[in-house]
Ligand binder design. Structure first.
Ligand code: ATP
Ligand code: MG
Length: 466
């Protein structure tokens, strides 16, 4: 009983564990002239957090992806801090600090400035798995790991050597435990420890490997690469919400097209998005679909790299569009009317997708809105165009339609018409509508059926989202 209690105390108190920590894993200290991190790229708030913690007597470093990006000369999109203070000790030092998470208990320290608030994520050094035995499932997957440890243990549990460097803004020194700086110079992504074991513990690391390789242009070290071929299937054991988050990060990385190629090359795409299965498996029927997705993703990458926002709903709407289009056309060929055929196809596409990674509901409704707006772009008379513009998601639907024009699926005239219509004054809009009245080439249907007879005025209920 008493030994159990002592063991628990030792594990909980980072200070006690510190004195016990074995020092064999001493890091390499890299001075400023060797790492060349530009202090201007640092977040002032992240520096504030490390200073406050250090002044209170704790150790504190900027860590992880931020140090990797800084060493690459890229301004990190967010900053993580690692410390030997417990979450409760951290929380006491800051006004706006919230304890979050169960599996990884961390503290979010929020700073309000001119723009949107900045959150600095502060985590306590964590122990190695060996010291957290009771939290590991039989298949090796980590379940809970709020077991505090020393800095060198914390470094060993990170994924890649380039993600395991600690930067102290006060001394401008990098502590490098796993040769991250040398790997940066060699442009290599190397998993810390035994890669197969690390993938079994957390299969998401395979997706992270692909994402970082796409982002940095680094190659996977041979031993890091090899086990993925056999362990890739473990990805399907990962809870759906976590898988979704990771795929979203991959798609929003600004390097999504390269990352998707990487997934294919590693054979990791199966069952994530059904669409990826058939386009990436080189189905010749899918050349067009592949082209659509390529243009959509390249467009997204450009937007993200130039600092513009991208909606996840839009992104998934594009990824699933070729599937939707196929189902829609098939329904029409089976005799369904255009709009019911579209709605039925939307249900089917989303249901099929749910066999793979589940797309969260909030994005699903965005996707449905974007899709159902598409036939409405072709109704360019009367009140229709004005009603469409008033839809809350009009901008996304319009961007999506332009994408269809860019890939040749929709006539460029239609895209140009709408671009002019949005910018025109009421008189200009009337003449644009008069022009469109004579254009019978577009029926709102994905099949190239031309209506010879004058179309009956359609009841507004047939309209896609009204
Ligand atoms: P980015 O923020 O650019 O996506 P990142 O490396 O900062 O990249 P985060 O998910 O923010 O990624 O994680 C921060 C750090 O936590 C990583 O750099 C890594 O050291 C560690 N980490 C994150 N996820 C894992 C994981 N699944 N296994 C091991 N270590 C991880
Ligand atoms: Mg990060």
């Amino acid at each position: 009983m008493i030994t159990k209690f002592i063991k628990r105390i030792l594990r909980r108190d980072p200070m006690v564990r510190h004195t016990l920590a074995n020092n064999s894993g001493a890091p390499k200290r890299i001075p400023k002239k060797a790492h060349r991190i530009d202090p201007h790229l640092l977040s002032k708030n992240a520096v504030k957090v490390t200073h406050t913690l250090q002044q209170a007597g704790y150790e504190a470093f900027i860590v992880g992806g931020a140090v990797r990006d800084l060493a690459l000369g890229i301004g990190p999109k967010d900053f993580d801090v690692a410390t030997n203070a417990t979450p409760e000790q951290v929380q006491k030092l800051f006004r706006k600090a919230r304890l979050i998470g169960r599996r990884f208990q961390i503290v979010h320290v929020t700073f309000f400035g001119k723009g949107s608030p900045e959150i600095i994520e502060v985590s306590t050094f964590r122990a190695l798995l060996e010291n957290a035995g009771e939290h590991v499932a039989e298949n090796g997957r980590i379940l809970r790991d709020n077991v505090w440890g020393s800095q060198h243990e914390d470094a060993a549990r990170r994924d890649f050597s380039i993600n395991a460097m600690y930067y102290d803004p006060s001394s401008e020194t990098v502590l490098d435990y796993h040769g991250g700086m040398a790997d940066m110079q060699k442009k290599v992504l190397r998993m810390i420890g035994d890669p197969a074991k690390r993938y079994r513990e957390d299969p998401i690391r395979m997706l992270r490997a692909i994402r970082f390789a796409a982002k940095t242009g680094f190659t996977l070290d041979a031993a890091t690469h090899a086990p993925i071929a056999t362990l890739g299937k473990l990805i399907h054991d990962v809870p759906s919400a976590r898988l979704f988050d990771e795929i979203l990060k991959l798609l929003m990385s600004g390097y999504s097209w390269a990352a998707i190629q990487g997934l294919r090359d590693a054979g990791l795409h199966h069952g994530l998005l059904p669409l990826l299965d058939h386009i990436l498996d080189g189905d010749p029927e899918s050349t067009k679909a592949n082209e659509f997705v390529r243009i959509a993703l390249e467009n997204t990458d450009q937007r993200i790299q130039s600092g513009k926002s991208v909606s996840a709903g839009f992104l998934f709407a594009t990824l699933l569009w070729p599937d939707l289009l196929r189902n829609w056309k098939r329904n029409i060929a089976n005799g369904m009317a255009n709009i019911p055929a579209l709605h039925d196809a939307m249900d089917e596409t989303i249901a099929t997708q749910s066999n793979g990674m589940v797309i969260q509901r909030r994005f699903e409704s965005d996707m449905r809105e974007i899709w159902s707006m598409q036939p409405r772009f072709e109704r360019r008379v009367g009140r229709y165009p004005f009603r469409l513009i008033e839809s809350p998601r009009f901008r996304a639907g319009y961007d999506f339609m332009l994408l269809r024009c860019a890939t040749g699926e929709q006539s460029t005239d239609l895209g140009e018409w709408w671009t002019s219509f949005i910018a025109a004054d009421p008189v200009g809009q009337e003449s644009l509508m008069a022009l469109a009245k004579n254009d019978t080439s577009n029926t709102g249907s994905p099949t190239k059926r031309r209506r010879r007879r004058k179309a009956k005025p359609t009841a507004p209920t047939a309209d896609a989202t009204d």
